[in-house]
Design a protein around this ligand. Sequence first.
Ligand SMILES: CC(=O)N[C@H]1[C@@H](OP(=O)(O)OP(=O)(O)OC[C@H]2O[C@@H](n3ccc(=O)[nH]c3=O)[C@H](O)[C@@H]2O)O[C@H](CO)[C@@H](O)[C@@H]1O
Ligand SMILES: C=C(OP(=O)(O)O)C(=O)O
Length: 433
Amino acid sequence: MPVLNKYIIHGGRPLFGEVTISGAKNAAVAIIPAALLVDGVCRIENIPQISDVTLFFSILDELGARVRVLNQHAVEIDCRTVRSTHPSYDMARRIRASYYLLGALLGRFGEATVAMPGGCNFGVRPIDQHVKGFRAMGAEVTEGNFVHAAARGGRLTGANVYMDVVSVGATMNIMMAAVLADGTTTIENAAKEPHIVDLANFLNSMGADIKGAGTDSIRIKGVERLSGGTYCIIPDQIEAGTYMAAVAATGGQLLIRNIIPKHMDCISAKLMEMGVTVEEQDDTMLIRRSGPLQRANVKTLPYPGFPTDMQPQITVALCLAQGTSLVTEGVWNNRFKYVEELRRMGAQIQVDGRVAVVEGVTQLTGAPVQACDLRAGAALVIAGLAAQGETELTQVQYIERGYEDLVGKLRQLGADIRVEEIPEPEETEAHIC
Ligand SMILES: CC(=O)N[C@H]1[C@@H](OP(=O)(O)OP(=O)(O)OC[C@H]2O[C@@H](n3ccc(=O)[nH]c3=O)[C@H](O)[C@@H]2O)O[C@H](CO)[C@@H](O)[C@@H]1O
Ligand SMILES: C=C(OP(=O)(O)O)C(=O)O
């Protein structure tokens, strides 16, 4: 019978030591499907070992690509053998990033049929801005259980796209669709996250002509073909931020290796405001918390604002700060579902719509809790590490979507956390929150 895991955590120990950050999930899950645009072999390095990536390899393999795993963190992908533009419903619906298959397949083959994407459930996750971009480039798009897109005349045409909302996924998807289009595409009001720059750098290294990634105005001149090459994915800003929040909550001192300090500024600034010491050097960061944590207000925003994907983790640290903090979710309309679980551990939090009022407590207490999505799961691990007593965390498959060896890395830092297998009760949708 298939098994699920749970984590058993005995908290109350500060974290000490060194941790190395893996490749960025949200860059990897865009760059891997972007290999569909390439007429040659892409060698991609610094791939994180996470279940979303493994699923993407299966999707590409099913489409007919040759996926050769070279080692734990490197892969060669050759999409010259792709024979289908219709990934299977069951695989594509499991992850949010399957929406990138639309832009990549449409750009390369002029046609794509992909299941409506899944991913973590924070309320409505529309794809209207993706579709608006494809239509502007001359695609006909129909939406239902599947999204079907086909370029009129077989090839997309460059267009000016003004985004109504700042969307990471739509910015990257339109970028993918545009690299092989006929003419120039501009994306205005584009998102600026580090993974957007990483995708543009990947595509440019294969022969694309993209300028302005990392600003709110991106220009993509279509080229005839992309050829193969080697590319190394950036370190994961959110994984690094999660370890920073863990030290803030538990106390201790960590040397975090393999980071891009600039990407961490939006998180470091808030933790410093809370009384945490952060020292950056080249590609490492030393983080220390010895005194009490101070209250702070946090509002999540598109980059370079405080990342929504760090909201649950910093909320746990704020639960243990002196005074009352306000956490405002500025990106998603329902990203506080985990608060109910934190309350079981003694957290004092009231949620009103997109705002959480967090009253600091002196201690959290271990309890049986469930992860309801990826970052909520990481936040509950942090809470368990900081709490007195035992925490049993279930539904950890969500965590495994996006954190490479979280348990192993934390154990190296002195955490008392272990994985236990539990029999799977019934049919489980491993990737859908
Ligand atoms: C695989 C991946 O990279 N996931 C990330 C990506 O998700 P994702 O790409 O889905 O998030 P978006 O940046 O697109 O969404 C931002 C906001 O725009 C809205 N919106 C989005 C698209 C659209 O067509 N219409 C629309 O209204 C969304 O409802 C949301 O309120 O960025 C989010 C915001 O940083 C992160 O939390 C996710 O971890
Ligand atoms: C929400 C996330 O991922 P996804 O969009 O893949 O659900 C995340 O990485 O925090």
